[in-house]
Write a protein that binds this ligand. Structure first.
Ligand code: GLV
Length: 366
C-alpha cells in the first residue's frame, strides 16, 4: 500500500479492472465516466487542484495550458494510445513532466485491422453484403453487378516501417505480397533481411510460386508502383497532408489507399477529388481530420460509397488489446502501469529509464 495518497484523474473509463490497480495502490482515483470526453475546463480544474497523475485519451488536448496549470504538482500524464499528437511534448519537457503511451500492446491489433480493411475495400465486402440485405441480389452471374480485386500476390507500399508497419508487412507475407517500404526516419535493414529469408523459404517449400520481394524506396517510387498504399506513420508537421493531390496523382488508378494512422496525414479534399475523378480505385479509412467524421464531409458522398470504406477509429479496438489490465497485453494495463511507475518511483525514480515514458529526452541528465 502506498503511504502517500496520490490523486489520479482519468478523463475516461479506460477499463475498470486496470483502473482498480490504482485504487489497490491506495491512490485516490476520480474517473470522468462518460462516453463523451470531459470539457477542457474540467481537465484544467483537476490539474489546478493538484492531481498527481492524469490518464488521458487521444480526444483530450493536453496542451501548454494544461501543463502550466500542473507545473507544480502534475507528475505524469498517461495516454491510453500509442499516438500522442494531442500532447504538447515541448511544454511537457519544459516542465519536466513525463508522459507515457501504450506502444507495443496494440501493434498486432492495429496491423491486422489495416490488413482487414485493405481486403474489405479491395474485395468489395460492404457492397456485397448490402446487395444481400437490400434484396438486390437477383441472380448469380460471373461479373454482374461488380467484381473485386484479389489481394494475393499484389504489391503493397508501406509508408512507415516502425512497429505497426512491420507487423502489417508480416501479415502481408501470408498473402504473398511484394513490399515497397518508405520511411524517411527509420529504415530497418535487418527486418528486410528477415523478410528475404522468409521469402526464400516460402519459395523453396512451395508456399509461394515466385520469390517475394521487399525494398526500401523513395516516396514517389512507392506510390507509383503499389497496388495498395498503407500509412503507418505518426502525425507530425512533416506528415500533415503527406497524401495530397500530388501524392494521389502518383498512385495508380487501380490502387487503394489505407489509413489507420492519423486523419490529418491525408488531405481529405484531395482524396475526395481523387476518388471522384477515378484517380485511384478506392480507400479505406479508420481515422479522419475531424473525428467523429462531420455530417457534411465530402467523404460521405453516396457516389463514393462502393469504393470508400469508413470506420470509427476502431483499429486497436480488440477486447484484450483495449482492456487487459496486464501491461504486457492491454492498453489499459500499460497506461495504468505508466502512472504507477512514476508515482511509485520505480526505476530509481528516473523517468528516462521507465519503459512507457515517451519524452525520455527531458530526463536524460537526471
Ligand atoms: C490510436 O489511434 C492510438 O494512437 O493508439
Amino acid at each position: 500500500m502506498s503511504k502517500v495518497r496520490h490523486r489520479v484523474f482519468a478523463t475516461c473509463n479506460i477499463g475498470k479492472e486496470a483502473l482498480e490497480r490504482l485504487t489497490e495502490q491506495g491512490y485516490e482515483l476520480e474517473v470522468y465516466d462518460s462516453i463523451d470526453p470531459p470539457p477542457k475546463e474540467l481537465i484544467l480544474e483537476q490539474v489546478s487542484s493538484g492531481v498527481d497523475a492524469l490518464v488521458t485519451t487521444l480526444r483530450d488536448s493536453i496542451d501548454a495550458e494544461v501543463f502550466e496549470a500542473g507545473k507544480q504538482t502534475l507528475r505524469v500524464v498517461a495516454q491510453d494510445a500509442v499516438g500522442f499528437d494531442n500532447i504538447d511534448r515541448d511544454t511537457a519537457n519544459r516542465y519536466r513532466i513525463p508522459f507515457t503511451n501504450t506502444a507495443d500492446v496494440l501493434t498486432e491489433a492495429t496491423a491486422e485491422f489495416a490488413f482487414f480493411i485493405l481486403g474489405c475495400v479491395s474485395r468489395k465486402l460492404y457492397p456485397s453484403e448490402r446487395l444481400v440485405r437490400e434484396l438486390q441480389w437477383t441472380t448469380w452471374h460471373p461479373s454482374f453487378p461488380f467484381l473485386g480485386d484479389e489481394v494475393t500476390g499484389k504489391t503493397v507500399a508501406v509508408i512507415g516501417t516502425g512497429r505497426i508497419g512491420q507487423a502489417f508487412i508480416r501479415k502481408c507475407t501470408g498473402f504473398n505480397m511484394d513490399v515497397l517500404c518508405h520511411d524517411p526516419v527509420f529504415q530497418d535493414h535487418e527486418f528486410v533481411e528477415s523478410f528475404c529469408k522468409l521469402a526464400d523459404l516460402k519459395f523453396e517449400m512451395g508456399f509461394s510460386e515466385r520469390l517475394l520481394t521487399i525494398r526500401y524506396t523513395d516516396f514517389e517510387d512507392a506510390l507509383n508502383n503499389a497496388d495498395y498504399v498503407s500509412l503507418h506513420i505518426p502525425l507530425t508537421p512533416e506528415t500533415h497532408h503527406l497524401i495530397d493531390d500530388t501524392a494521389l496523382e502518383q498512385m495508380r488508378p487501380t490502387a487503394f489507399l489505407i489509413n489507420t494512422s492519423r486523419g490529418p496525414i491525408v488531405d481529405e479534399q484531395a482524396l475526395y477529388r481523387a476518388l471522384k475523378n477515378n484517380k485511384i480505385a478506392g480507400a479505406a479509412l479508420d481515422v479522419f481530420a475531424e473525428e467523429p467524421l462531420p455530417e457534411d464531409s465530402p467523404l460521405r458522398d453516396p457516389e463514393l460509397e462502393d469504393r470508400l470504406r469508413l470506420f470509427h477509429h476502431f483499429a486497436s479496438a480488440g477486447r484484450q488489446t483495449r482492456l487487459s489490465p496486464d501491461p504486457q497485453l492491454g492498453m489499459a494495463g500499460r497506461c495504468v502501469q505508466g502512472v504507477i511507475d512514476v508515482l511509485e518511483g520505480h526505476y530509481d525514480g528516473d523517468p528516462s529509464r521507465m519503459p512507457y515514458v515517451v519524452n525520455k529526452e527531458a530526463f536524460n541528465d537526471s
